[in-house]
Write a protein that binds this ligand. Sequence first.
Ligand code: GDP
Length: 447
Amino acid sequence: MNQNADTIAAIASAPGAAGVGVLRVSGPAAAAIAQALLGRAPQPRHAHFAAFRDGAGELIDRGLLLYFPAPASYTGERVLELQGHGSAVLLDALLRRVCELGARLARPGEFTERAFLNGKLDLAQAEAVADLIAARSQAGARAALRSMEGVFSRKVEALLQALIALRVHIEAAIDFPEEEIDFLADPAIAAQLESLRAELAALLREAQRGVRLNDGLKVVIMGRPNAGKSSLLNALAGSERAIVTPIPGTTRDVLREALSLDGIALELADTAGLRETEDEVEREGVRRAHGELQHADVALLVTDAEHADADRAFFAALPPGIERLVLVNKIDRDGLVARAEPRDGLVWLWVSAKTGEGLDTLREHLKRVAGAGSGEGAFSARRRHVLALESARTHLDHTATVLATSRAGELAAEDLRQAQHALGEITGTYTSDDLLGAIFSSFCIGK
Ligand code: GDP
């Protein structure tokens, strides 16, 4: 346990929300504060009905007092929870009283930060606490809960163990230089490295899906002016947010729409026509649209039967790894029927933003890409985790090249060390104060 910690306190519920207000206290003084409020030593993990009084003996509120001795508590420290009436005035008075008795106000995320520092949670689990609270969809909440329970962390840990085993092997070879070359040529080492790379690739895919479950699927809509982008956005969002007009170039900025498709969060961005333009305002829109593409999961190209082939040039602006869909719009005007077809490695859908034909197929497709129905084990993840996994992958790729070409044990060992470091950053084995500060300051107070 963190021996030097002081005692912190915060209101841990939204006052008035459910009629119950919760105050949480953590740290060495929690026992004395509990005793002062109760008038006697509290029984661990027992719900005492107590009269909470101020310093002058005046009644503030009556409610429940629960005391958790260290280390069996959320933070690993002594924890006190006071439940009173859900009134901001009463909770403030109670918080003041608790601070008079030796606590100070907690910073955002400080309870969870202490839980991390005391080894109750690793960093990925701590982040999942915040993601759970912020979840915008059922699927996102379920995934965050799994990460909070350690599903993701255990997979990272398993990978770390395999990586350490390989490192031990290779470093042992370096220690016996006369045998090094033969040793590094051992097919068992190559096999070990290959299986490690395959496991890492699988975990990376799962983590990418975890980010989508967490953040929602980022969908950009692109296409020439008047193709029907705004109409499509409106049809999917079921509102009239984007301005639909028949004048080319009306969609001048990036319009966003957040919606939920059967529990999956979608963030749709309608981009300006992505065409070269003289108009200053529109040029800014085009610039932002390009920025938008860098973070997208799915690109929807809105076109029609006449322009479909030429408009595929829009995809040229996309970074790799983005799911591409061609939407042949305005089938009502052109007398075509709604259908779906794979063509040239892309999915083509014939739709009408006006009549809604074909849009159900589009919704189903987006849900599949978002990871809906992706199985029971889906966990949430953050971009930070994906970047760490990608960094580990780069180092393992390099290890493989080194072993296959030069058999330089030192180089291979150094790459493995760096891969290990990258993986350790996910769970917080290796952290910097800056990283911890950035993570925990984004929490709400009382968590
Ligand atoms: P944007 O410039 O790509 O955002 O295109 P808009 O959504 O503003 O649509 C341009 C014009 O095409 C408007 O007059 C729309 O009513 C019309 N439009 C859009 N989708 C369809 C469709 O599926 N069928 C028909 N007939 N017209 C459409």
